[in-house]
Design a protein around this ligand. Structure first.
Ligand SMILES: Cc1ncc(C[n+]2csc(CCOP(=O)(O)OP(=O)(O)O)c2C)c(N)n1
Ligand SMILES: [Mg+2]
Length: 332
């Protein structure tokens, strides 16, 4: 089914639509560049790309202020950029350099940029969920007006901490939004083999939290639904749970296609590539006359130049000093 941008973008100002497109494109181009770099083995930690899933960070984070909190997972490049993280710091982190956002000690899976409101990303499945709940508790107690958003996958829905956190957040009416990026797989394990029903968004309603589902490849729909739940949370109405259905194009980690592993079919992947969130929205904007091919070429060239500069910066940057090894870590 084609993506229904027509009705979902009806209330979006043209500049907003173009901004959402640009955020997605920047995330996509960065990841394409990382795919080229990764096989050179200079990026030492694993990378988990979110190619195919860009509409979710773009649409959600467009509703957040700098001061709002985001807790991400290991598939977090998109969340980092969309929340306003610094591109050079991200790339330096991937290369384990001192200028990295986590001082070169975290790698792709452990991104922190407190100034941008990204309190952390984690390799522990579901690891950001209780932290976001705690961040929302602090916002509530201190009456800062901030909200917390946590992004996680369908695999994290199998973790008990999600239920504990939602129960607590609902009880305390915390300003937190739980966002499940359902790409239908946890590594090579399909959702249908792990969960009896395809109803993630309905599961938590029994705890008293509203649950919603939307097309995670439709940036306008992602934007509008997250606008609603973020405003509600900010106005004291409490938390929400949102499931965005989407698909990752490449293997669980790294930048290769993995159809040969046999856990998903080539046809399924091709169907989802046709539903590309970036290309389809680009076509829609072109069709509406909101953007021209010349604009697109200019925007792409600008992002590619910026990304190239950041890659060069990261490669040329020094590694952390040996004596810093135990700094900024918790240890006895
Ligand atoms: C607590 C915990 N259990 C298991 C793992 C191993 N593991 C790493 S990624 C992953 C799959 C998670 O899938 P999902 O939440 O759907 O996210 P996606 O990778 O699809 O974005 C698993 C099981 C882990 N890192 N942490
Ligand atoms: Mg998944």
């Amino acid at each position: 089914m084609p993506i229904d941008f027509e009705s979902s973008s009806r209330d979006l100002a043209p500049e907003l639509s173009i901004g959402l497109y640009k955020t997605m494109l920047r995330i996509r181009l960065l990841q394409s560049r990382i795919r080229e770099e990764y096989p050179k083995d200079e990026i030492k930690t694993p990378v988990h790309l979110c190619v195919g899933q860009e509409a979710i960070p773009a649409g959600v984070c467009a509703n957040l202020n700098k001061e709002d909190y985001v807790l991400s997972n290991y598939r977090g490049h998109g969340h980092y950029l969309a929340k306003g993280g610094d591109l050079k710091s991200l790339l330096a982190e991937l290369y384990g350099k001192k200028a990295g956002c986590s001082r070169g000690k975290g790698g792709s899976m452990h991104l922190v940029d407190v100034d941008a409101g990204l309190l952390g990303s984690s390799s522990i499945v579901g690891g950001g969920i209780p932290v976001a709940t705690g961040a929302a508790l602090s916002a509530s107690l201190q009456e800062t007006g901030r909200v917390a958003v946590t992004f996680f996958g369908d695999g994290a829905v199998d973790e008990g901490v999600l239920y504990e956190s939602i129960n607590f957040a609902t009880l305390k009416k915390l300003p937190v939004i739980y966002i499940c990026e359902n790409n239908f797989y946890a590594v090579c394990s399909p959702q249908r083999d792990r969960q009896p029903l395809n109803n993630i968004y309905e599961r938590f309603q029994g705890c008293g939290i509203p649950g919603y589902k939307a097309d995670g490849n439709n940036v306008a729909e992602v934007y509008c639904l997250s606008k609603k739940v973020i405003e509600e949370a900010r106005n004291g109405a409490g938390p929400s749970f949102v499931e965005f259905q989407t698909y990752r194009w490449y293997g669980h980690s790294g930048g290769e296609t993995d159809a040969e592993l046999g856990y998903r079919s080539k046809e399924e992947l091709e169907d989802w590539i046709e539903k590309c969130p970036v290309k389809n929205f680009e076509q829609f904007l072109l069709g509406k006359g909101l953007i021209s091919n010349e604009d697109i070429a200019r925007i792409r060239a600008g992002f590619m130049g910026e990304i190239e500069e950041a890659v060069d910066f990261a490669k040329a940057s020094p590694f952390p000093d040996e004596k810093e090894l135990l700094d900024h870590l918790y240890y006895e």
